[in-house]
Design a protein around this ligand. Structure first.
Ligand SMILES: Cc1cc2nc3c(=O)[nH]c(=O)nc-3n(C[C@H](O)[C@H](O)[C@H](O)COP(=O)(O)OP(=O)(O)OC[C@H]3O[C@@H](n4cnc5c(N)ncnc54)[C@H](O)[C@@H]3O)c2cc1C
Length: 439
């Protein structure tokens, strides 16, 4: 009998992982990659699975959610993790890789896989046959128009994000709950004295920013201006903008006086464990974000679950369009994976590629679907992108805040995270026991 077949478009982190998973399930795969004929403005190499920026895949520890996601992927037989582990370079508690060695190894594995045919071609429309679209955050041109026409929606162009911090890392002796004009107590407020405000503005305006990658049209950032750019327009700009102290009558700053400026944090997840810093979209380097935003009263030891980032980022309104298996609600057999679904980061993209590949393969073989629950990091990402029901949907790194919380969680954060990881890995071990997910 002919093997079932499927296409994967884009051979980045998500596409390579998806193709490998489909192949492992016995599906014949046509993997389309537009390199070397055409490169996005961020891609430079001709190899597959290119890391466009940092060579770090972030923490490799189980008390960190991305460390957990890596371990889940290892146990699931991920190609990206196998090649990352084989090409790792010293980086403390993080997993960093020899960038070229990593991409070369993935490329060789894909090219030597008898089930995968690598085709060098730009795809310009959504195919009618079973497919996983994994063309990344810089998806553009005719393919983007075709996706937009299919969804009746425009892909977001998301230029800047504000950092997200955990509630339990904030100093609640300094942070006060209140909403402006007595409209409840939804916001967390960090009041500042005049001295604190000016020191903060000085640090912000002189802090180091991350390089923009040459393709961003700086003029498009006007509507979503980074906080450091706003601050450079004048000492008072922030005090009259996102840090205005108005409507917060009961607040006092550390000198006991009315605050000169106030930083507000808004709840970011249903469980109320994550907060974003309102109006603080930024392009500062990550250590600079820790240093400068750590000057905000109450944020001295803030734990950043997502740093502010700036780059072009096309992604679907996934909660409207995708199921928790990354399949389009509008058209059966069309799956998306990677950053285009609203997961953020190398490992998150690989994880969604694995899951989409597994789900499409099981569908093609008439096997029942496998549900990774929110107890696992891989499942939490899939449920986040397909079920998020807050305000505007924005890309998200894996973090413990989007995973199912523990009953009777210990107060100690490290203990809590270790228990969440243990529970997740038990679920993965059950799913992989006697190769259950592959049959
Ligand atoms: C400037 C920049 C910096 C970043 N820095 C980091 C970082 O430091 N750390 C991090 O974790 N994440 C970073 N990211 C996010 C990063 O893009 C993702 O983590 C990851 O690369 C996404 O994987 P992906 O497989 O979804 O897409 P990609 O890795 O972008 O892969 C998409 C692939 O599809 C191909 N393709 C696109 N369109 C077509 C088409 N029509 N036909 C055929 N092939 C096509 C592309 O050539 C590419 O090979 C950055 C993103 C950008 C844009």
């Amino acid at each position: 009998m002919e093997k079932p077949s499927a296409s994967v478009i884009g051979a980045g982190l998500a596409g390579c992982e998806a193709a490998h998973t489909l192949s492992r399930m016995g599906i014949r795969v046509r993997l389309y990659e537009m390199k070397p004929q055409k490169h996005t403005p961020a891609h430079k190499s001709n190899d597959l699975c290119e890391l466009v920026c940092s060579n770090s895949l972030r923490s490799d520890k189980l008390d960190n959610a991305v460390g957990l996601l890596k371990e889940e992927l290892r146990r699931l037989g991920s190609l990206v993790m196998e090649c990352a582990d084989a090409t790792r370079v010293p980086a403390g508690g993080a997993l960093a890789v020899d960038r070229e060695g990593f991409s070369k190894m993935v490329t060789e594995r894909i090219k030597s896989d008898p089930n995968i045919e690598l085709i060098s071609k730009e795809i310009t429309s959504v195919p009618d046959t079973p497919v996983i679209i994994a063309t990344g955050p810089l998806t553009d041109g005719e393919l983007m128009k075709s996706i937009e026409a299919l969804l009746g929606d425009s892909l977001h162009f998301f230029d800047a994000a504000a950092p997200i911090v955990t509630l339990d890392s904030l100093d609640m002796n300094k942070v006060k709950r209140a909403s402006r004009y007595d409209r409840g107590s939804d916001y967390l407020n960090c009041p500042m004295t005049m001295l604190e405000y000016y020191s903060f503005v000085r640090a912000l305006t002189s802090a180091e920013t991350a390089p923009l990658h040459g393709f961003e049209d700086k003029s498009v950032f006007e509507g979503c201006m980074p906080v450091e750019v706003m601050a450079r327009r004048g000492d008072q700009t922030l005090a009259f903008g996102p840090m205005k102290p108005v409507g917060l009558t009961d607040l006092t700053a550390s000198d006991g006086k009315k605050p000169y400026a106030v930083v507000q944090l808004r709840q970011d997840n249903a469980e109320g464990t994550l907060y974003n810093i309102v109006g603080f979209q930024t392009n500062l380097k990550f250590p600079e974000q820790r240093r400068v935003f750590g000057m905000i009263p109450g944020l001295e030891s803030a734990e950043f679950m997502r740093y502010g980032v700036m780059h072009r980022n096309s992604y679907l309104k996934s909660p409207k369009h995708l199921t928790s298996e990354y399949e389009l609600r509008e058209r059966s057999g069309v799956f998306f994976a990677g950053q285009i679904t609203g997961v953020e980061g190398y490992i998150e993209s690989a994880a969604s590629g694995f899951y989409a590949g597994l789900c499409l393969a099981r569908k093609l073989k008439g096997l029942p679907s496998i549900d990774f629950s929110r107890k696992t990091a891989i499942g939490a990402l899939a449920h986040y992108v397909s079920e998020y029901n807050g305000g505007s949907f924005q890309p998200m790194n894996i973090n413990f805040g989007i995973m199912q919380s523990l009953e009777n969680a210990p107060r100690d954060k490290l203990k809590r995270y270790s228990l969440i990881s243990e529970r997740a890995l038990n679920e993965i071990d059950e799913l992989t026991f006697e190769d259950r997910i592959w049959k």
